[in-house]
Design a protein around this ligand. Sequence first.
Ligand SMILES: [Zn+2]
Length: 242
Amino acid sequence: MPTYRDEVVVLRTHKLGEADRIVTMLSRRHGKVRAVAKGVRRTSSKFGARLEPFMVADVQMYKGRSLDIVQQAESLGAYGADIATDYDRYTAASAMSETADRLNEAETTPQQYLLLVGGLRALARGDHAPRSVLDSYLLRVMSLSGWAPSLRECARCGAPGPHEWFVAQLGGIVCSACAPTGAPRVSVETGDLLRALLAGEWDVVDAASSGATAASSGLIAAYAQWHTERGIRSLSHLEAPR
Ligand SMILES: [Zn+2]
């Protein structure tokens, strides 16, 4: 039988028929996988709880013609409960899963899987502010996808920084000469925080002021949104019927 085994993070689930679910997963070695989990909505289901959003599991799947079928699932990280009971953690985890789902339409790497698992684990443990975990994840997953923001040199002309403006469409921080009118200004502290979030320097991140944290969150959200929407547009262009 054509079966395979992999470690996965559950990104989302959809009901299918009376008792089944379609589970969308980011796997370590097989990219994004959509598979049917049969009977998981029955209370007697053995692996239903292991295939909820934000759960990490070792699954065995049967390769179907259109959708694969989950045969077994062993829990590797039951982060769902610790995340779902806290609104801020849940919001952050949802945004991370959605971003992983969007980015990985095109291609996936084991690094993207590991980054998501690490982020969900940090959220479940309450290691840092949920929004900071999300912001760090977004900057790093963008970098893994080839969209690393420029956070010191000017993103447009390469002039050595630090600079004071941030323009998502230009690729990050830009110099005075390159900044268009109305570009958001970046304080020294916010610039330092952005670099710390990307590098995973959590002592700097955890000590940042609420003002700098809010400012960096806004810039990162704009940057991630601009790039993922562009990614989806280019993908739909590629997949258009001819
Ligand atoms: Zn410049």
